[in-house]
Ligand binder design. Structure first.
Ligand code: FPP
Length: 247
C-alpha cells in the first residue's frame, strides 16, 4: 500500500500552513550559497501545492518571507525578492493549469514595487480558480497582523461603529489579513526547528503541529502525505474531553 492510499479522503485538512525552513542549511551542506537553497525550495513549493490540489486540500499558506527576514543581509533579501518575482511570473501558467488561486497576506507595501506588481497580476489572473487557494505570507508576521487588526478595531470603536462590549473572537478574525480563509487544521515546519516564529499566532490556536527534520528543498509529496496521515491519527479535542468528542 502506498502512503497516498493510506490517507483517509474523508478527513483531509482543508487548510495546511507551512513554515518552509532549512533552505540555507541545505545549500551550506552542498557547499553553495544560501540563495541556492531558496532556488531549490521553489521545486518543493511546486510539488507540495500540486499534491495539495490533487488530494483536496482547499487552502495552503506558505511562510515565504517574514517581517523579521528584512534584517537578513541585504544581498540575500534582494536575491529572495528577485526569486519571488521570477517565480511568480514563471509559475502563473502552472497555477492556471492546476486551477490554483493565488492570494497573499502581509504588508505588501513593504515589498519592492516590481514584486507588488507581479503579485497583483498573478492574483488577478488566478482569481477565478477554484481547486486550491495558495496564500503567500510575504513581509508577514502574526504580531504585525494583530497590531493592524487592533488599530482597525480601535478606529471602528472611535467612529461609533462598534461598542467595546461587542468585541469577540469574530471581531478579531474579521480584522486580520487572514479574514477570508478558515484557520489551518495542520501546521507543518521543516528543518527540525520546533517554533512558531511569529506565524499565524491567532489562527493556529487549535491547529495540530507537525515537525519534521527534512530541510525544505528535500520536502516532497510523500512527506506531505506522511504529515497528513499523522494528523489523521490524532484526536482533536478543542479543550473538550476525549469522551465528548468521540460520543
Ligand atoms: C527559510 O529557510 C526560507 C525562507 C526564508 C524563504 C522561503 C522561500 C522559498 C522557499 C522560495 C520562494 C517561494 C515561493 C513561494 C515563490 P532559511 O533561509 O531560514 O534556512 P536556514 O534556517 O537553514 O538558514
Amino acid at each position: 500500500m502506498t502512503l497516498k492510499n493510506s490517507i483517509n479522503t474523508d478527513k483531509i485538512p482543508s487548510h495546511i500552513a507551512i513554515i518552509m525552513d532549512g533552505n540555507g542549511r541545505w545549500a551550506k551542506g552542498k557547499g553553495k550559497f544560501r540563495i541556492f537553497g531558496h532556488q531549490n525550495g521553489v521545486g518543493a513549493v511546486r510539488e507540495v501545492s500540486e499534491a495539495c490540489a490533487e488530494i483536496g486540500v482547499k487552502f495552503l499558506t506558505l511562510y515565504a518571507f517574514s517581517t523579521e527576514n528584512w534584517s537578513r543581509p541585504a544581498a540575500e533579501v534582494m536575491a529572495l525578492m528577485e526569486l519571488l518575482v521570477s517565480t511568480i511570473r514563471k509559475e502563473t501558467k502552472t497555477l492556471m493549469k492546476n486551477n490554483i488561486k493565488l492570494e497573499s497576506i502581509g504588508n505588501m507595501d513593504d515589498l519592492p514595487e516590481k514584486c507588488q506588481r507581479e503579485l497583483k497580476i498573478a492574483i488577478e489572473e488566478t482569481k477565478h480558480n477554484t481547486r486550491l487557494t495558495m496564500i503567500l505570507a510575504l513581509s508577514y508576521s502574526a504580531k504585525w497582523d494583530m497590531i493592524n487588526a487592533t488599530k482597525l478595531i480601535a478606529q471602528k470603536v472611535k467612529n461609533g461603529e462598534l461598542a467595546i462590549d461587542e468585541i469577540n473572537d469574530k471581531t478579531i478574525d474579521e480584522n486580520l489579513s487572514t479574514k477570508n480563509f478558515p484557520h489551518p487544521e495542520l501546521m507543518i515546519r521543516t528543518s527540525g526547528e520546533h517554533r512558531i516564529s511569529n506565524f499565524l499566532l491567532w489562527e493556529l490556536a487549535y491547529s495540530e503541529l507537525y515537525f519534521t527534520d527534512k530541510l525544505w528543498p528535500d520536502f516532497n509529496r510523500e512527506d506531505l502525505y506522511q504529515a497528513i496521515i499523522n494528523f489523521q491519527q490524532r484526536e482533536r479535542r478543542f479543550g473538550k474531553t476525549s469522551e465528548q468528542v468521540t460520543s
